[in-house]
Each structure stands twice: as structure tokens, then as C-alpha cells.
Design a protein around this ligand. Structure first.
Ligand code: NAP
Length: 271
């Protein structure tokens, strides 16, 4: 490996960019996080967001609901409340609640998850929030000046928050994009053709050196736990000597995603 793609450096650069934006804001960002019967892991993740918000003087309010009707009521109130600039709905939520989440106007959709936001991302519209993790991947390419023009980029995973929103963003950068998923045949053969691989499947250490081309660039979005230790979808130790560049887990896309979330919250006040 010649280059460790360091999430702390990328997130520091995003932070210095949004600190400048914060100074110029007329309206203070104000975030509401809605949860439905959250577990301890959900709450600990939300507390981290709260800590980050307080660091940048962003208003923060956590609404814990226990019943779906209560969730829908608080969501509707948050949509109407003009003092709230951003709404985040802690996942996972029952699928049918997405009809309600889709009512969040694009200005308040700081996660970029409604059909309106995603549709606008697909047609390349600016001034729209993009799902944070997918944007964190693009921020990494930008920070390290990695030119995607004509590159074969293989994305493994087709979720609405990572794999799918990466498609328009990679095309915008003139990459040739292939998306793989659990039903893809000959995935190893496809991976071997990739100049750049983006792994987002949630399977610990799935990607091994036999699956990658010499000198490839690897972005590991996965967050998994193996023997009580956090690890990505890439077997880092196995592939590191074969690739040109790679993101670590932890210290890679995760920390960048946290910075992008704050950036999205700030940007929303201007849409
Ligand atoms: P998800 O909604 O569970 O989707 C997983 C995707 O991986 C699906 O498209 C699935 O295919 C595909 N897949 C699963 N097993 C596969 C296999 N063996 N071969 C090929 N494709 C396979 O996942 P997600 O929410 O996008 O998250 C993916 C990973 O990223 C997880 O580890 C998650 O924790 C992590 N993550 C990290 C961050 C961060 O901040 N770093 C943020 C979000 C998520 P099908 O569609 O065919 O089922």
C-alpha cells in the first residue's frame, strides 16, 4: 500500500470548510432527531451526534417515541415547525413509515433519504442533501485528488443510503460504474476488473487479495464486529500489500460520515 486514505484528515478538511460556513449563517441550524423505541446502540450513536452539534452550537432536540402514531405526530409537528431546520429519523424503522418520512421537505431532509432528495441527486441537481455515507466516499476521492475519469469503479451493495446514491455521484465524475449485490454472479471476476472498489455490504472481511487487481484503490464502508473488534468489509491485513490505497476501519469512512452529517445540517439552512 502506498497511501492510507485517512478519514481523520478528510473530516478535518470538511470541518474547516463548514466552520467558515457557520460564521456566515443568518439562521442557526436546529436539528430534531426522532426515534421509535430506540435501543442502547441507537441512543449511543445519537449522543455522539448531540455532542458534535453542541460543539458547533447547532440546536439539538431528541424525541423518543414509543408508538407509531406518536412518531407520526411528532414528525408532522417537526415538519411544520419553522424553527426546526433539520430532521433526522433514527433507523431502522418499519418500512411502511417511509410514507411519512417522505413528507419531510428537502430543506429539512438532512440525511437526503426522501424520494424527492434522492431523485434530485440522480438528475444532478445542486443544493440538495446527499446521503451522508455516500457523500463521505466522494469527499475521500476529492480530498486525495483521485481522478475517476474512465476508471472502472465497482460498488458492492445497493442500499438506498450507500450503493444507489453513489451511482449518480460516480457518473458525475466520469467513472464507469458497476453495482454488485447478493445476486450478482461471478462477483470475484467483476471485482478483479476494478480500478476502484467500494465495499458496502456489512460482511466482515469479505474482500480478500485474490479478488482485487494489483494497485487498486479500496474504499471500505462496512462496519462489522468480529471477536468484539470493529472491522470493515475488507480484510485489510490480507489486501494491504496488493493495493495502491485503502481506507481503514475504524478511522475511515465512518469519521468522514460524521463530518458530512454536520455539513448537511448546516447546508440545509440555506436551501
Ligand atoms: P444494507 O442495507 O444491509 O445493504 C447491504 C447490501 O449488500 C445489499 O445491497 C446486499 O445485496 C449486499 N450484499 C450483502 N451480502 C452480499 C454479498 N455476499 N455479496 C454481494 N453483495 C452483498 O447495508 P447498508 O446500510 O448499505 O450498509 C452496508 C455496510 O455499511 C454495513 O456494514 C453498515 O454498517 C455500513 N455503514 C457504514 C456507515 C458509515 O458511516 N461508515 C454508514 C452506513 C452503513 P441485496 O440488495 O441483494 O440484498
Amino acid at each position: 500500500m502506498e497511501l492510507l486514505l485517512d478519514g481523520k484528515l478528510v473530516s478535518a478538511s470538511i470541518k474547516s470548510r463548514f466552520e467558515e460556513k457557520l460564521k456566515l449563517l443568518e439562521k442557526k441550524p436546529n436539528l430534531v432527531v426522532l426515534t421509535l423505541n430506540p435501543n442502547d446502540a441507537n441512543l449511543s450513536y445519537i449522543r455522539k451526534i448531540e455532542k458534535n452539534c453542541s460543539k458547533y452550537e447547532i440546536g439539538f432536540d431528541l424525541k423518543i417515541t414509543k408508538k407509531e402514531q406518536e412518531f407520526i405526530k411528532v414528525l408532522d409537528e417537526s415538519i411544520k415547525d419553522k424553527s426546526i431546520t433539520g430532521i433526522m429519523c433514527q433507523q431502522p424503522l418499519p418500512k411502511h413509515l417511509f410514507t411519512e418520512i417522505n413528507k419531510i421537505p428537502k430543506e429539512k431532509d438532512i440525511e437526503g433519504i426522501t424520494h424527492e432528495s434522492l431523485g434530485k441527486v440522480f438528475v444532478g441537481e445542486k443544493n440538495i442533501n446527499i446521503p451522508c455515507t455516500s457523500k463521505a466516499v466522494i469527499e475521500t476521492f476529492d480530498y486525495y485528488n483521485i481522478d475517476l475519469t474512465g476508471k472502472n469503479v465497482v460498488v458492492v451493495g445497493r442500499s438506498n443510503i450507500v450503493g444507489k446514491p453513489l451511482i449518480p455521484q460516480l457518473l458525475e465524475k466520469n467513472a464507469t460504474v458497476t453495482i454488485c449485490h447478493s445476486k450478482t454472479k461471478n462477483i470475484e471476476e467483476i471485482l478483479k476488473t476494478a480500478d476502484i472498489i467500494i465495499m458496502a455490504i456489512g460482511k466482515a472481511k469479505f474482500l480478500k487479495k485474490e479478488m482485487v487487481k494489483e494497485g487498486a484503490i479500496i474504499i471500505d464502508v462496512g462496519i462489522n464486529f468480529e471477536d468484539g473488534k470493529i472491522c470493515g468489509d475488507v480484510d485489510f491485513e490480507d489486501v494491504k500489500d496488493k493495493v495502491y490505497a485503502i481506507t481503514p476501519v475504524p478511522g475511515g469512512i465512518g469519521v468522514i460520515t460524521n463530518a458530512v452529517l454536520i455539513d448537511n445540517i448546516i447546508n440545509s439552512t440555506k436551501f
